[in-house]
Write a protein that binds this ligand. Structure first.
Ligand code: B12
Length: 220
């Protein structure tokens, strides 16, 4: 029987070599062996996509390969995701999330969405390439306390600033969180956001910090 590390490696390499069947088999064997599904997603699938990013940067992979790697990652996520236990929500909070207009990168956004979901938040996912005004409309429609935006390109990232202006004009009591490879804490501050998280792993804790700050301000 393969060890946890070996199965994680098989998932990771399966994503890198865009071998959907290898990823699916390893993910199923990983679950059958009783390992934590969340670790499988982060240390297996997402770790594989980091390597794909490096191969893309090194011009060894191009869009077609990267697309097939993304499909292999999602094939594994479909198997592991249902096995990530959902925590009883004690925060009673809602978040609107999406990848910004012009940006079709959604793997990172979907991992962040998954973390909010398993943490018991009500998640309103707008998908990818989301028109700027849609974030504003969905926040007003749902009265969500947090709006989380993802951008993976320096070009599309600029739209985030416009969305923040539009939302704050309508409702200053909303917490706006940014993330994505080109986004940094400084950029988030510069754009007037209320929160930033480098990875899906700390997005929820950042979200909880933001709403406790907002609720404190409201009680004053
Ligand atoms: C996969 C990928 C694609 C796939 C996307 C598939 C999909 N369904 O998402 C496809 C093939 C479609 C694609 C297309 C293109 N891509 Co591309 N792509 C990538 C790649 C290789 C990996 C991104 C990824 O998924 N990483 C894995 C995930 C898990 O990590 P992550 O996205 O960084 O997310 C984590 C954190 O950033 C954070 N996070 C992310 N979002 C959020 C949101 C919040 C609120 C928070 C708190 C945190 C957070 O948490 C996540 C998980 O921990 C990157 C390379 C790289 N180094 O990033 C290039 C990259 C992003 N792509 C790039 C480019 C240029 C393109 C194209 C223009 C190429 C082309 N010529 O057509 C097109 C653009 C399409 C478009 N309009 O968006 C450039 C962007 C350069 C720039 N800085 O502007 C990169 C950086 C590659 C490069 N080095 O040039 N791409």
């Amino acid at each position: 029987m393969s060890t946890k590390e070996e199965l994680l490696e098989q998932m990771k390499n399966g994503v890198v070599e865009y071998q959907e069947d290898v990823v699916k088999e390893a993910a199923q064997a990983y679950l059958d062996a009783g390992h934590l599904a969340l670790d499988g997603v982060m240390d297996g699938l997402a770790a594989g996509m980091q390597v794909v990013g490096e191969l893309y940067d090194a011009n060894e992979y191009f869009v077609p390969e990267v697309l097939m790697c993304a499909d292999a990652l999602y094939a594994g996520l479909d198997i592991l995701r249902p096995h990530i236990p959902k925590k009883e929500d004690d925060v009673n909070a809602q978040v609107v999330i999406g990848s910004i207009q012009g940006d079709v990168h959604d793997i990172g956004k979907n991992l962040v969405k998954m973390m909010f979901d398993v943490a018991g938040w009500d998640v309103h996912d707008l998908g990818r390439d989301v028109p700027l005004e849609k974030f504003v409309e969905e926040q007003l429609r749902t009265d969500s306390e947090v709006v989380a935006m993802s951008a993976m390109m320096t070009t599309t990232m600029l739209g985030m600033k416009k969305v923040i202006e539009m939302i704050k004009e309508k409702n200053p009591n909303v917490g706006i969180m940014l993330g994505g490879a080109p986004v940094t804490k400084d950029v988030a501050n510069l754009f007037g956001a209320d929160g930033y998280a480098e990875s899906a792993g700390n997005a929820v804790s950042e979200g909880i910090k933001m709403i406790s700050r907002l609720r404190e301000m409201r009680e004053k």
